[in-house]
Design a protein around this ligand. Structure first.
Ligand SMILES: [Zn+2]
Length: 450
């Protein structure tokens, strides 16, 4: 045996396969802040390293979900009790919940062996996509739009069905947050549905599939997604060795101003500048290259069952909010019809209860004047959270597709770019943004070098 290979096996095998963090006896709790002091308690908790937030604190009465490690549980419960906080246990042992999430290997050149009753590793998703493209070369193309920090490919899928009316474009983003496994699962389902639409008996769906040019990026954060399989199931950000970044805070829209952190260890670290990361850069260039007649941009996340509309950094409802809101309400009704799954519609502030910045969809809408931008937070509302069991994948896909079809119903009017220039980023707000940004960067430097 080659001596280099022996070294490789000795040194790398244990690192690659034995380093997976386990979450036995970690507990998922939910708290609901009903007084200012409660909110303060939860906000302080976000700084504690023994706690991992699945739902960050925002407004009063909005649920806050977080996982507490076994060593810290007793102290946490004592503090919460002393404050008179109302805390419920959602998942007693988070590892047991994660263990239900079966990951199946894909059998190469057998596209039927890919299903929506299991989760898949990145390599398997990519192989399935390439096999699909080989099976349907006239309709589907797989391209590499860039590479991640760890040099993994970021793949995009383009679908144009035969006889397509090419009215306008739809871009679908998935897997920006590593641990939200249902997101790539749904996007692969979406791809499969559109590709097979010509064989569908549903004439309305067929018509919608033929109306648009389709673009999908199922796993925008491939390093993070893999890491969530191999090392840490609760991983959210990308894998930048200098400090991993929350990619959905790294886009150049109101960058660094609200709902982000400049602490590198934070789950919402936005990076030191907008588009500092190869993954967000790749997505931005890709979307820019397809911005002509780009009508829809969908991003898929979990969890909470929300349809979130721009802009995440403000409380105001601006531009065509009312029109999109109406479309989302119709979609919400369609979703509920199948399994009674209840969605909530609004801005980030209206729904999850906090504002954020540097969000992909906001950048797309503001800069490219794309009229219909919706971010989905898929199932569930916290009973399983990120540990959504495989049996729920298919129902989630079916109902979400109902909602998406409703949103995509060909408008009677022709494609129209969003009117006017985005001007909420100018004047006073713009200057204020910059001041906040400079302040945050200074704070980061002080905290880091203290
Ligand atoms: Zn997310």
């Amino acid at each position: 045996m080659d001596i280099n290979l022996i070294y490789f096996l000795i040194f790398f095998f244990p690192i690659t396969f034995c380093d997976c963090k386990k979450y036995y006896n970690y507990t998922l709790y939910r708290g609901i802040p009903v007084e200012a002091k409660d909110l303060e308690f939860f906000q302080n908790l976000t700084q504690v390293e023994h706690v991992n937030f699945w739902r960050e604190p925002g407004r009063m009465f909005k649920p806050v979900d977080f996982v507490v490690d076994p060593e810290y549980k007793e102290l946490f419960l004592k503090d919460a009790n002393n404050l008179g906080l109302y805390i419920t246990t959602i998942i007693e042992d988070v590892q047991k919940a994660f263990d239900t999430q079966s990951v199946k290997p894909y059998i190469r050149r057998n596209i039927e062996s890919f299903d929506w009753n299991n989760y898949y590793r990145l390599k398997d998703i990519y192989e399935w996509l390439r096999d699909l493209a080989n099976t349907y070369p006239a309709e589907m193309k797989v391209t590499t739009i860039g590479r991640s920090n760890e040099n993994r490919e970021i793949l995009a899928v383009e679908i144009t069905l035969k006889g397509c009316k090419m009215r306008s474009k739809v871009i679908v983003e998935g897997g920006i947050h590593a641990r939200e496994w249902i997101s790539p699962a749904f996007v692969t389902y979406f791809i499969n549905e559109i590709l097979h639409a010509p064989y569908s008996k549903d004439e309305e769906f067929k018509d919608i599939a033929m109306t648009y040019e389709w673009y999908f990026v199922p796993v925008l954060n491939p390093d993070g997604y893999e890491y969530s399989h191999t090392n840490d199931r609760m991983w959210r950000k990308n894998r930048n060795q200098l400090g991993s970044v929350d990619l959905n805070r790294n886009f150049d829209h109101a960058f660094g101003t609200t709902g982000v952190s400049f602490r590198m260890s934070s789950e919402t670290f936005c990076g030191l500048s907008a588009f500092s990361e190869p993954e967000s850069q790749a997505m931005a260039s890709f979307v820019e290259s397809k911005s002509h007649q780009l009508e829809y941009y969908f991003a898929f996340h979990s969890y909470g069952q929300y349809m979130i509309m721009p802009y995440a950094n403000m409380k105001m409802h601006v531009e065509n909010f009312d029109d999109v809101y109406k479309m989302c309400l119709e979609a919400k009704t369609k979703i509920a019809k199948r399994y009674n799954t209840a969605y909530t519609v609004g801005t980030a502030y209206d729904t999850v209860g906090y504002m954020t910045s540097g969000v992909s969809g906001c950048w797309v809408k503001a800069n490219l004047r794309v009229p219909y931008v919706v971010t989905f937070e898929l199932r569930d509302t916290g009973y399983h959270g990120f540990a959504l069991p495989p049996g729920k994948i298919q129902p989630t896909c079916l109902e979400t597709m109902d909602g998406v079809i409703s949103l995509l119903k060909p408008q009677t009017k022709a494609y129209a770019r969003l009117e006017g220039k985005y001007n909420y980023d100018s004047g006073a707000i713009f200057i204020l943004d910059k001041i906040i940004l400079v302040f945050n960067v200074l704070l980061f430097i002080i905290v880091r070098f203290d």
